[in-house]
Design a protein around this ligand. Sequence first.
Ligand code: G
Ligand code: G
Ligand code: MN
Ligand code: NA
Length: 248
Amino acid sequence: VELEGGLRKAISNGVIEPAFQPLVSAATGAIIGLEALARWRSAAGNISPEVFVPLAEKSGLIDALGAHMLRRSIEHARNWPGLALSVNVSPVQLCNPDFAAQVTAILQESGFDATCLTLEITEGVLMTNPDQARRSIDQLRRTGIKFALDDFGCGYASIGALRQFGFDRVKIDRSLVLGLGEKENGVDVLRATIALATALGIPVTAEGVENQQQMEILRDCGCDQIQGFLVGRPMLPYEISLRLLQQN
Ligand code: G
Ligand code: G
Ligand code: MN
Ligand code: NA
């Protein structure tokens, strides 16, 4: 309950802020997009989104947290024209019938180009509430917003779901990338998973890429986008701006 009150305040006081992790072209190594990741820095230490996102979901604060993250991410992204912005969306948000209207309103008030925004969702919601998920996704895709299926390959998401919901991108879960390069671990599964998405015309991002060897394997398997500590950790906005200056 104390943490819940703290969370409510942290959202309204702007203490929770996005960090940004580079999304890098596998072909050129250039930063082509940024994923916003919520960070809560409190006097008592940093609190992980793995703790406060589920808390927000349980306590009815997730819509406020999601709206805050989207607004703040967009404000920062204005400084990085030409780059795509990815923002994580909780299944609980997606199941709210007002979600699409909320996102549309934030885009309108900010004037941000919808085609530069990708919303990342995990597969669970496609099973638990497919009808509402589809309504939200369809409505937002009509505005130009893109959708990525996050953490793909670690759960139950079917190929059917990829096609039915019209995902613009798939993000291969870290757990599939983890053993790569150590002993040909899991390359076959990875290659097949990527080939499948590619056959459906859906481009693939690899997450959790930590070394050169993993990156080369993933590029050979057909990933066009790389994310992970090898190419950039989640960073403060000014650190992103510095990286972009060095790149250009
Ligand atoms: O950034 P980090 O690896 O600590 O994130 C842990 C988890 O929290 C990841 O699954 C990530 O998707 C999730 N997460 C981070 N920021 C947000 C956010 O703004 N909204 C939601 N719904 N999840 C987030
Ligand atoms: O579930 P989602 O993909 O949104 O989670 C993103 C989380 O993964 C972020 O919290 C980020 O800190 C973490 N992450 C990003 N790159 C790497 C990496 O290369 N290795 C590890 N272990 N974690 C990573
Ligand atoms: Mn994500
Ligand atoms: Na992931």
